[in-house]
Design a binder for this molecule. Structure first.
Ligand code: GAR
Length: 201
């Protein structure tokens, strides 16, 4: 049985697209059962629908509290019998109450080489702005397990990307996505699904 994957998104969903495109080639031990968005306007929802993948919207502000928000996500995970959760540009921090229920089963993609430019407040373009401000010559992406510390869980995979003269946050973000994120996330998701599949044999 393939591991059932929930992909949690908030925005454009290019990493979700990389996972969708990897199904059947890089990603064979798991399949995306549902895409959960914290934002009803996320383009990622359209990408899921185009691929005939079920979508669910769970908005924190409608839930009223972190607890209710996480309970609503748990209910979806239960309904789809989810084994693995992939945070692909999901912009809400999950509490320890949530993460401790799924040890070794929540992955996140972060657009820098952790431990640089990570933790609370470092997300999306801000990460690349910080890297350019600091003047690093190499940055990259990291896939890691999610625990109670933002960007603090065990590192699964990393890939380095050069910073080039004249880079803007946007040009750097694009290169990191193309050269690292879209390759690394499907590979790491497959590795985790394959290992879990072994365990359940
Ligand atoms: C990606 O660059 C991802 O690494 C980053 O947000 C972007 C989402 O793009 N995630 C974080 O910064 C998490 N801290 P996408 O919606 O096109 O996949």
């Amino acid at each position: 049985m393939k591991m059932q994957i929930a992909v949690l998104v908030s925005g454009g969903g290019t990493n979700l697209q990389a996972l969708i495109d990897a199904q059947g080639n890089t990603l064979t031990s798991g399949e995306i059962a549902v895409v959960i968005s914290g934002n009803p306007n996320a383009y990622a929802l359209q990408r899921a629908q185009n691929a005939h993948i079920a979508t669910e919207i769970v908005e924190k502000k409608r839930c009223g509290s972190q607890e209710a928000f996480e309970a609503a996500i748990e209910a979806v995970l239960c309904r789809y019998k989810i084994d693995v959760i992939v945070l692909a540009g999901f912009m809400t921090i999950l509490s320890e109450n949530f993460t401790k229920k799924h040890p070794g089963r929540i992955l996140n993609i972060h657009p820098s080489l952790i431990p640089s430019f990570c933790g609370e407040g470092f997300y999306g373009l801000r990460v690349h702005e910080a890297a350019l401000r600091r003047g690093v010559k190499v940055t990259g992406a990291t896939v890691h397990f999610v625990n109670e510390i933002p960007d603090g869980g065990q590192i699964i995979a990393q890939k380095a990307v050069d910073v080039l003269p004249g880079d803007t946050p946007e040009s750097l973000q694009k290169r990191v996505m193309e050269q690292a994120e879209w390759i690394l996330l499907p590979q790491a998701t497959e590795a985790v699904c394959a290992a879990l599949q072994e365990e359940t044999l």
